[in-house]
Design a protein around this ligand. Structure first.
Ligand code: SAM
Ligand code: SF4
Ligand code: FES
Length: 333
């Protein structure tokens, strides 16, 4: 199964008559390879300031309507501590590409958070080799940077002043430095083809990703893609299920964007191949402002409410919360 060819993947993506079987197969492969435990990663969205202008993203520098924020170093550490006390074994630091946070500041934050006996994931965009190295040396364990799309022409259209080759270079640096590598793609970008989604899935395999996050594109009214249609929940779920089939033992999050398009989206994803959820662990004042797309979930809840909510949903489907760090355990098949 994990040797599906590109044309087989395309056929599965195009044919919607066997979807239930696909989701069931991915669920079985998930259970066999990574078990029934769900890893919770506590997400801290610490700055919504970004110098980039990705066409799909509400945080893009050209969106002048968004009220911007930065969480202070002390408060980032406070939220991490609170999350660790709630039982989170991984903290994810995510932000726009905000140059205010220098290498030195990020390293200081990493140092403090690593004292909490948690794994640490960074998702702060494109950096130089030296910066990635400094973060790794400071104790960061994983780095998350989606390729977004492997269609080079589409990549170019979606990312003014950025380039595909540099994105690949970043992924190579991260791998070389010994991080666990997280990547992923958007599903449903305007102009994206099924053919290129098949390439995306094969790309995840070719770089030996440790984690792959797949989310539907959701149109944001303050971006150049405001009139585009949202991506399809079902197609995003299929790309995710195929990723599980092709990379049986990796970590796959049930993404927040899935739940934005379907009120039960994360649970459906957990039953179609996913084994990770990333609840927000910051307080309410920031949540709505990290508006990468509209109608984000959990904007009126606090960390305790989210923890209780997701725990209840996970238990209701007969799964349990993992108590270990949740590193990628390679299963030899
Ligand atoms: N700035 C970092 C980066 O781009 O890697 C991390 C933060 S960025 C907001 C995290 C992810 O949000 C991106 O990788 C992108 O796939 C996703 N995203 C941005 N805009 C989106 C949209 N309109 N719909 C769905 N996902 C979106
Ligand atoms: Fe910035 Fe990331 Fe949004 Fe692009 S996707 S505009 S880099 S926050
Ligand atoms: Fe935040 Fe359910 S996880 S309200």
């Amino acid at each position: 199964m994990n040797n599906l060819t590109k044309s087989e993947i395309i056929n599965i993506l195009k044919d919607n008559t066997q979807d239930e079987q696909l989701f069931k197969t991915a669920d079985e492969i998930r259970k066999k390879n990574v078990g029934n435990k769900v890893h919770l990663r506590g997400l801290i969205e610490f700055s919504n300031i970004c110098k980039r202008t990705c066409k799909y993203c509400g945080l893009r520098a050209e969106n002048k309507t968004l009220e911007r924020y930065r969480i202070s170093e002390e408060d980032i550490i406070f939220y991490a501590k609170q999350a660790s006390e709630m039982g989170y074994k991984t903290i994810v630091l995510q932000s726009g590409e905000d140059e205010y946070f220098s290498q030195e500041t990020i390293c200081k934050i990493i140092n403090e958070i690593k004292k909490l006996d948690v794994a640490l994931t960074l998702s702060i965009g494109e950096k130089s080799y030296d910066e990635y190295k400094a973060y790794k040396d400071a104790g960061a364990d994983r780095y998350l940077i989606r390729i977004e799309t492997t269609d080079k022409e589409l990549y170019k259209q979606m990312h003014p002043h950025m380039n595909y080759e540099n994105r690949i270079k970043c992924l190579n640096y991260i791998k070389e430095l010994g991080y666990e590598v997280g990547t992923g793609c958007l599903v449903g970008l305007p102009g994206q083809t099924i053919d290129s989604l098949a390439d995306d899935i094969l790309f995840f395999k070719s770089i030996n990703a440790d984690m792959v996050g797949i989310g539907p594109f959701i149109a944001h009214p303050e971006t150049p893609l405001k009139d585009a249609s949202n991506g399809s929940f079902n197609l995003a779920l299929k790309v995710m299920a195929l990723t599980r089939i092709i990379l049986p033992d990796i970590n796959i999050p049930a993404t927040t964007a899935m739940e934005t398009l379907n009120p039960n989206g994360r649970i459906i994803a957990l039953q179609s191949g996913a084994n990770v959820v990333m609840p927000n662990v910051t307080s309410k004042e920031y949540r709505a402002k990290y508006e990468i797309y509209p109608n984000k979930i959990c904007i009126n809840e606090n960390p305790t409410q989210c923890r209780g909510c997701i725990e209840g949903k996970i238990k209701a489907i007969g799964r349990t919360i993992a108590e270990d760090f949740g590193f990628h355990k390679k299963v030899i098949s």
